[in-house]
Structures are given as structure tokens and as C-alpha cells.
Design a binder for this molecule. Sequence first.
Ligand SMILES: NC(=O)c1ccc[n+]([C@@H]2O[C@H](COP(=O)([O-])OP(=O)(O)OC[C@H]3O[C@@H](n4cnc5c(N)ncnc54)[C@H](O)[C@@H]3O)[C@@H](O)[C@H]2O)c1
Length: 294
Amino acid sequence: MARRTKNADAVVTGAGSGIGRAVAREIARRGGRVVVADVDDVGAKETVAAIEAAGGEALAVDCDVADLAQVQALHDTALDWLDRPPHLVVNNAGIGAGGKVVGEAPMSEWQRTLGINLWGVINGCHVFVPTLRAAGRGGIINVASAAGFTAAPRMAAYNVSKAGVVSLSETLAAELTGTGVAVTVLCPTFVKTNIFDGDLIDPGAAGLARRIAGIAGFSADRVARTTLDAHDKGRLYVVPQLDAQLLWRTKRLLPAPYTRAAGLLGRFVPDAEPTTPAHQTDQTDQTDQTGATR
Ligand SMILES: NC(=O)c1ccc[n+]([C@@H]2O[C@H](COP(=O)([O-])OP(=O)(O)OC[C@H]3O[C@@H](n4cnc5c(N)ncnc54)[C@H](O)[C@@H]3O)[C@@H](O)[C@H]2O)c1
């Protein structure tokens, strides 16, 4: 079996923390050079320092994936530094969001979440796929989430963003069949990272998620190894945890009962702070839904 991730030069977005950092370090451990992209310059430099301390090579690049021009600049910097097309592009950057029901969650939450989690991955694919296709080798790993198919209540923007990433990855996999470029989409449930500290997750929901992740979550290192091994095997879907696999299969088999059960379980999520209905307060400009300039 050809090991795609051996000596694979890679670009990893959101590699300044969590899963992205773990993937970047694991790629370097397997012999590849890594372009470490993040909006968090400090985090990106820490990842680079960790890779270099272990004997690897990495470059930190400041990049907001929601901004197409910055992703294009990331592409050009990566090709320049690597002196060839990357073997692997990992569209991982993302933020958490949740706690409010549809109609209470402000449009700014929808726009920022979709801008980073979905448009960030669209931008990454739009910019890097032609280069990989022309090279006739390599792969793309998109980081979605089990949220992309579980449709848990009070997480609509996050769910929609991740469902979009799953669909984009499936489409890409079909389009790239026979080109030598492989596509993998990662769909974990809880992973022990900093994602629950984001400002778009209500404190109650964040506390619950942190507790569950602390008890049942996988480590980012474990998820990184599993994902790269699955990519080596040419797998499209990586659903690393048993709970996610069960939810996935149950929903496919019994979609309507699954949704009713999810609704009942959703009542146990701590209530968000009472809010005025979002449409009465949210003045966000709705003409640009891409988040590209935010
Ligand atoms: N942790 C989990 O339980 C979990 C579960 C399922 C999916 N995920 C997904 O995994 C991915 C990585 O998240 P994580 O858990 O490692 O979280 P994390 O917060 O530890 O890391 C996310 C990284 O993305 C960066 N980032 C955020 N916005 C960015 C932007 N606009 N441009 C570039 N970088 C940006 C952050 O600075 C951070 O370094 C996300 O897509 C997330 O949705 C996480």
C-alpha cells in the first residue's frame, strides 16, 4: 500500500492549536515539511517551534481562511517555500458555535461560522485543487465534524457548516476519481482542544461540551494519527469515535425517530441567556453571506 502521508509536504490550516497542530506534528513525524497556517500567529509559531525541536521543517503563515485572497497568498507562499506543489492540503481551521435555537442565534453567528467553517474549506479547495489535479498526485483532508450529520439542536450554524464540508468533500472525491488525488473528510464527535473556548458558544453549552470532551473525548494526537492512516488507505470518511459511528448509522436507518430523539435530548442542554429574538436586534449586513471580508 502506498503511504500517501509518508514524506508528504503539507499545508495545514488552523494548525496553531488542537487537531490542526496535532496533524501538522504527525505529518512532520512522518517525514514531511509543513506549512502551518493560522490567524493566530503565536499559536502557529509555537507549532513550528515544536516541529523544529523534533527535527522537522515548518513555516508559519498568517492566514484567515475566510478571506479568499489570503488563501491564494497561502497557496503561493507554500509553493514557493516547498519549491513544488504540496502533497497534502488539510482544511482544518474552524470555530465552535452553539447554544441558541434558530431565530435566536444572531445572523452574525451564522455568517462568522459559515464564513470560517464552510467558506474557509471552499476557499482552500478552490485554490489548491487545480494545483493538486495538475500534479496528478496527493490529497485533501477536510475537517468536518459528526455535527455534519447528527443535526443536534441549538447548533444549527455549526451543523450546516459541517454538513456543507461533508457534501463538498463527497463531491470532490467524485470529481477527482482517477486523477491520483485522494479526498478524506474527518467527522469526529468530541476532541480535547480549545474549540469550546470560542465566543460563539454560550457558556452553558460550552461547559457541558468541555465536560463531555474531558470524559469521553479523544486526544487530538489520536485523531491526527487515525485520520492520516485512513487517508493512506484511501478512505473518504473518517468517523473515529464509536458514538459518531452509531449516530451516523442510526440516522441513516431511522431518520424520523432519530430526529425526535435528538429533539428530546436537546432539552437537557443548559438554556442560553434569554435574548431578544435575533431579527429584532441583529443589524448585520446580510448582503455578503460569505464572511470573506469579516
Ligand atoms: N474539538 C472538537 O471536539 C471537534 C469536533 C469535531 C470537529 N472539530 C473541528 O476540528 C477543527 C479544528 O478545531 P479544534 O478542535 O482543533 O479547535 P482549536 O480551537 O483548538 O483550533 C482551531 C484553530 O483554527 C484557527 N482558526 C480559527 N479561525 C481561523 C481562520 N479564520 N483562519 C485560520 N485559522 C483559524 C484557530 O486560531 C485555532 O488555532 C475545526 O474545524 C473544528 O470544527 C473539532
